[in-house]
Ligand binder design. Structure first.
Ligand SMILES: NC(=O)C1=CN([C@@H]2O[C@H](COP(=O)(O)OP(=O)(O)OC[C@H]3O[C@@H](n4cnc5c(N)ncnc54)[C@H](OP(=O)(O)O)[C@@H]3O)[C@@H](O)[C@H]2O)C=CC1
Ligand SMILES: O=C1O[C@H](COP(=O)(O)O)[C@@H](O)[C@H](O)[C@H]1O
Length: 497
């Protein structure tokens, strides 16, 4: 793999929220760790700004995300601004001239990263212009980083992909899924494939079900316009949740190359049981938040949020049972749930193992505790293994014990922000933690069948109170299979202490 950390990074949408909150601070962290060789950034957006004003906004965003930092002036001096309307062809001609000049000044070897941090309707047109107006005619590498959402459904994703692919090859396209930058999401593979105690048990003989929860306390905030066209199914399930399912379910790749890992993930997507028509209500539950209280603050109904339809049929919560019909996973439900305005901000994976054949130690009053492997993705990062062991001093009484590993505890620092890792990977030319077109296409095909049913039928919303773990039907989804959601807040236990 290339390790050339020299590049001209062009950020389209450089005055936007994502650039300020995530991209500038992440670049700063790479800079401060000496991970960048020669680099310059051209920020592109519509409004008119001088280079000085832009550099000031870069300094402010780094300070606001990371506090006062060293060498900030030196870092910011690598940033340039170009006012540009992405819909106007003439702008690209002057942008190309400017980019060539910066390339020469910093000796950037013709390496270019185009980061599209803009509304998705611009992705295709920008990619086409970059090629037709010569910005991609470089002697080094050219890479296109694309934010989510990648389309609205399979059809629109195909159209977008066609536009992008007429300017960039698949290997040059880096589709961001920021969950793939999270430390513990990346750890899933290592936990699975580097431990002799897990891999032999990682199948339908020993695992009864897997639960993935990604709950948020935030509501839709200022994103009503986008969210009304998306909902939790497209916003979270089609991408982040499906990626976690794939990492948990895939076969061990023969090596850790981008192509091998991606091809194993694609095999999982190909094995997904299609859920359509009448089956959708047996497998999936949707919800929309009503008013409630979070952290002692009263919060409004989703339908009363800015830019939201008073009769909105958009789901802010989704729970589902995903079946993977292959040899390893036949019969094992993967339960997923995600939503806004829930009781806690938490992303966790709970792997519940099957009960042992006979319960010697808890009978007759109590049930044996199943063994659980909990992967804490956020806010705390770590692993907890729930076992049964003898109670100290007692006769042969058993009790549940927990073996915990806290990522932060070991490294005594915050783990790097996901965007930092993804930017670093992109500069190194490592696309393993970006989504391949095939993954996107399969997961849209799966999700489209569900949205087709939901869009046709009006739901009885709101159906969960803000500050709770979603509608009752989400609990019933597991109850009818004899399971229940392991409470994510209780599982937070002591791992970070
Ligand atoms: N914000 C976040 O936390 C996340 C965002 N994303 C994705 O990132 C992308 C950007 O989101 P976000 O930063 O929130 O969006 P914002 O609305 O905050 O920013 C949009 C940016 O696009 C620029 N822009 C708009 N129209 C044009 C135009 N015609 N020509 C040139 N520039 C233009 C704006 O510049 P100006 O104002 O000067 O016109 C601004 O810099 C979206 O795809 C979103 O889905 C994904 C995950 C998280
Ligand atoms: O992609 C998105 O993710 C965030 C949740 O991300 P997290 O890293 O805070 O878990 C979600 O709020 C947003 O709606 C969605 O677009």
């Amino acid at each position: 793999m290339e390790q050339n950390m020299t590049s001209l990074i062009m950020i389209f949408g450089a005055t936007g929220d994502l650039a300020k909150r995530k991209l500038f601070p992440s670049l700063y962290r790479l800079f401060s760790r000496n991970k960048l060789d020669k680099f310059a950034v051209i920020g592109v957006a519509r409004r008119s700004l001088s280079n000085d004003e832009f550099q000031q906004s870069v300094r402010e965003s780094v300070t606001s995300a990371l506090g006062n930092k060293e060498n900030l002036d030196e870092f910011a001096s690598h940033f340039y601004y170009q006012s540009h309307d992405v819909a106007d062809s003439n702008s690209y001609v002057s942008l190309k001239k400017f980019a060539d000049q910066i390339d020469e000044t910093y000796d950037l070897e013709g390496n270019r990263i185009f980061y599209l941090a803009m509304a998705p309707e611009f992705f295709g047109p920008i990619a086409l212009h970059l090629k037709s107006d010569g910005l991609t005619d470089v002697k080094g590498y050219k890479r296109l980083v694309i934010e989510k959402p990648f389309g609205h459904d399979l059809e629109s994703a195909k159209t977008l992909n066609k536009q992008i692919r007429s300017a960039f090859s698949e290997k040059e396209v880096y589709r961001i899924d920021h969950y793939l930058g999270k430390e513990m999401v990346r750890n899933i593979e290592v936990i699975r494939f580097a431990n002799a105690i897990f891999e032999p048990l990682w199948n339908n003989r020993y695992i009864s079900n897997i639960q993935i929860t990604s709950s948020e306390t935030l509501g839709v905030e200022e994103r009503g316009r986008y969210y009304e066209t998306s909902g939790a199914l497209r916003d979270m399930l089609q991408n982040h949740m499906m990626q976690m399912v794939a990492l948990l379910a895939m076969e061990p790749p023969i090596s850790l190359t981008t192509d091998e890992v991606r091809s194993e993930k694609v095999r999982v997507f190909r094995s997904l049981r299609t859920v359509e028509g009448e089956e959708v209500k047996q497998y999936f539950v949707r919800g929309q938040y009503g008013e409630g209280t979070i952290d002692d603050v009263k919060v409004p109904n989703y339908r009363d949020e800015t830019m939201v339809d008073k009769e909105s049929n958009t789901e802010t919560f989704v729970a589902g049972k995903i079946m993977i019909d292959n040899f390893r996973w036949a019969g094992v439900p993967f339960y997923i749930r995600t939503g806004k305005r829930m009781a806690a901000k938490s992303t966790k994976i709970v792997v519940q193992f099957k009960d042992i054949p006979m319960n010697l130690y808890y009978q007759p009053e109590k049930m044996l505790n199943p063994n659980l492997l909990v992967i804490h993705i956020q806010p705390e990062e770590g692993i907890t293994l729930h076992l049964n062991a003898k109670k100290a001093g007692g006769h042969l009484d058993a009790q549940e014990v927990k073996l915990s590993f806290a990522n932060t505890g070991i490294h005594a620092m915050n783990t790097p922000e996901g965007y930092e890792k993804l930017l670093y990977d992109c500069m190194r030319g490592d696309a393993t933690n970006f989504t391949h077109w095939d993954e996107v296409a399969y997961s849209w095909a799966f999700v489209d069948k569900i949205s087709a049913v939901w869009e046709k039928t009006k739901a009885e919303f709101p159906n969960y109170e803000s500050g709770t773990m979603g509608p009752k039907a989400a609990d019933e989804l597991l109850e009818k299979d004899g399971f229940f959601w392991w409470p994510v807040t209780d599982l937070e236990v002591d791992i970070c202490k």
